[in-house]
Ligand binder design. Structure first.
Ligand SMILES: Cc1cc2nc3c(=O)[nH]c(=O)nc-3n(C[C@H](O)[C@H](O)[C@H](O)COP(=O)(O)OP(=O)(O)OC[C@H]3O[C@@H](n4cnc5c(N)ncnc54)[C@H](O)[C@@H]3O)c2cc1C
Length: 399
């Protein structure tokens, strides 16, 4: 056995990296987060946090603050984008928390990120910006990382929380570009007071249509409406992974849709377009004292709204495995991977299944599919409610 580990390096100060820093700090580790960007910033879009990850946020003592900054939707709905027919509705406000112990919250990514960063600073965690990790070296009793500046930073363990294009993953498993999934997403926000009163219901609304779907929900106590509009595309032509979106092209893609969708789009001033990329299940996430977390190891389509939630669950499990195995960190990291990989893969697969459900191209087939969902959820309402118990009801603190 080697000396108990003390100092953890984290590459990437995204939602996953900052959550991991807080979870590790609570277990008594000294943490340094190394972030590539010159300053911390998040995209102008929302994120949905369900009970399974809200449980971890609550454990960090941040749930009340998250509630204060976010919005709790009345319900989640799936509706036909053309007719408005509601084929599925499940209540959320009060009900999600009653069933799973923790609420369903929608929050602006920047607000969530700021909240985590403030908590890191209050806990004395070092978050270094302008610190791109370019490589790591495994030593017998530790690891060093080299930054683009040439500076070398030493620690006992390295966590690659550096997103879908992870440098840590590339060194561990070889350089391989993520796969374009054939989908693009426009994202943006509209101030609620710019929309006709009563137009947008206080729900997490998913509107489906041939080859595309549209999602909206409120942020910041109802002052902002977030939207995500997804369309199938043959290819992603540009080199960048995001680009400024063309608002007229976005409106044209959803022309003729229900008034709620076109009403929101009529008020959009700026939008960004994301190519959606994925990876197959990785053979492993861990090598010696180096491991991966979040999108670095399990990027997923956003159609379960679970990418960040999975990173947050990873953060909790990682910290607990390392705390229980301070003297045998290599084994602790293997255990972390073993606990997490099946669940993360299942959520990745469910997100792909939702893409098929939302985007049925043939209109007649889509009407039949939506009708079947409506009939199923009315015939066996309990089945509709319990279908995702495995996801939202999962207690990661017992893993
Ligand atoms: C359209 C869309 C909607 C989504 N909606 C939801 C949702 O509702 N709910 C949900 O849970 N998830 C959602 N997701 C997924 C979620 O955004 C991601 O899963 C989550 O942000 C991943 O967090 P992360 O910290 O692993 O990676 P990232 O957020 O990508 O953070 C990685 C960080 O590492 C830094 N970095 C990169 N390379 C280096 C380097 N070499 N050195 C140092 N730092 C580096 C980056 O600058 C960044 O700060 C959505 C995604 C999309 C595209």
């Amino acid at each position: 056995m080697s000396e108990p580990i003390r100092r953890i390096l984290i590459a990437g100060a995204g939602l996953g990296g900052l959550c991991a820093a807080l979870c590790l700090n609570r277990q008594g580790f000294e943490v340094e987060v190394l972030e590539r960007a010159p300053e911390l910033a998040e995209v102008g879009a929302g994120i949905q946090i369900s009970a399974n990850s809200a449980r971890v946020i609550a454990g960090l003592g941040l749930l009340d603050e998250m509630r204060r900054r976010g919005f709790e939707p009345e319900a989640a709905e799936i509706r036909d984008g053309l007719t408005g027919f509601t084929c599925y509705r499940t209540p959320l406000r009060g009900v999600h928390a009653a069933r799973y112990g923790f609420p369903y919250i929608q929050i602006h990514r920047a607000d969530f990120h700021d909240m985590l960063h403030e908590a890191c600073l209050a806990a004395g965690i070092t978050v270094s910006t302008d610190a791109p990790v370019t490589a790591y070296e495994s030593l017998r009793d530790g690891v060093t990382v080299t930054l683009a500046s040439g500076r070398v930073v030493a620690g006992d363990v390295l966590v690659g929380a550096d997103g879908i294009h992870s440098v840590v993953r590339a060194q561990m498993l070889g350089k391989e570009q993520p796969r374009f999934t054939g989908q693009v997403a426009w994202r943006g926000t509209v101030p609620a007071d710019r929309l006709p009163p009563g137009l947008v219901p206080a729900t997490a609304g998913v509107w489906v249509g041939p080859g595309r779907h549209f999602v909206h929900y409120y942020l910041r106590g109802g002052r902002l409406v977030n939207f995500v509009a997804v369309e199938e595309r043959k290819a992603w032509q540009t080199e960048s992974w995001t680009e400024p979106g063309d608002v007229n092209e976005l409106r044209a893609a959803f022309a003729g849709w229900h008034d709620v969708v076109t009403g929101i789009l009529a008020r959009v001033e700026h939008t960004f377009l994301w190519g959606l990329f994925g990876r197959d299940r990785l053979p492993c996430w861990t090598e010696g004292r180096v491991t991966l977390l979040g999108d670095a190891c399990h990027p997923m389509l956003p159609f379960m709204a679970q990418g960040a939630s999975m990173a947050i669950e990873d953060a909790h499990v990682l910290a607990h495995c390392l705390a229980a195995g301070r003297a045998v960190p290599e084994q602790a990291l293997v255990r972390y991977q073993a606990v997490r990989i099946e669940r993360a893969t299942r959520v990745q697969q469910q997100a792909v299944a939702n893409a098929r459900l939302f985007h049925v191209r043939n209109r007649a087939a889509q009407i039949l599919r939506l009708g079947a969902i409506w009939a199923g959820t009315h015939a066996i309402p309990n089945l509709a409610t319990s279908r995702f118990d495995w996801l939202y009801g999962h207690d990661v603190t017992k893993d």
